[in-house]
Design a protein around this ligand. Sequence first.
Ligand code: NCD
Length: 320
Amino acid sequence: MNNFPSVFEAINDLSKDQIEGLLILARKFKERDHDKPQFPNKLPIVANSFLENSTRTKNSFAIAIKRLGCHYLDFNTETSSLNKGESLEETLLTLYAQGVDLCIIRTSVSNQLSEFKNNTPVKIINGGDGTNQHPTQALLDLFTMQEIGIELEGKTMAIIGDCIHSRVGHSLCELLPQFGCNIILCGPSDYVPKTPEYEGVEISNDLESTVKRSDFLYTLRIQKERHAGSTEAAKHYDTYHDKYGISRDKLKAWNKEVPVFHPGPANIGVEISSDIIKSSLYKGYDQVVNSIYMRMAIITAILSNNDKNIGIIDGTRIRD
Ligand code: NCD
């Protein structure tokens, strides 16, 4: 894959060709479904640096790293010098000097990784930054949609939930319209933008008409940790399930028993009911399965680029 970026922060960092390349590579990893080391000569060292909670994403990256045969460093940010006031850049340069080639970073600060695009301390994959982007999630979602046979061209997907505060929602809005899929962002007015921010994306506050127009659904958790005590955002908590929750009854009544995606973690009885999660309509576990292969593909692509502009201080690389 040509010119894969050394800091992969957002869907828009990739060309359509690179996205297609990742889908092909992920499929190859899935079809072979075995642990063949991709880097037989010098094993890269990959660090997982999660500065915010995670179950799925952190473990999925850890497993992908190990299945590629790379060395794995679990960089425990809570016990690191970041808590002694060291800047993230200093920390990343130190990891690079120690031999780390790639860091997967999750942070609660939106756009925190942008500053590393020009002066790159170590190769970086964004594992989710604040409310901004979660590009690997959107790519594994696209891979899963293709895998289960959804033809995206001309289709409509509803993203239902707290779209404004969801980095997954933002990445999907940058990705799926490139494949001809229209998106309707649906939720209470405090959870969706007032006007569309992306091409191929519209806004609705009405669940029934949105579901009736959609070919498949993507549900999102209410991102309470990002509401910072906002009373506007909080006023929907109690009524959310009735008005916007996806349940088997609603889908049956609307004659729309269609695939339902969810990035996890799901709050059962809020944005999604347990009878959906226990049904074959629910694709959340397919997303988890495929997350390994897509992340193997992304890690391989970034480690395989020949970027020599990593870890440079005053014109000199701090290691070979
Ligand atoms: C998402 C995240 O952390 O952005 N989860 C995930 O990575 N699978 C979605 C969420 O937290 O709601």
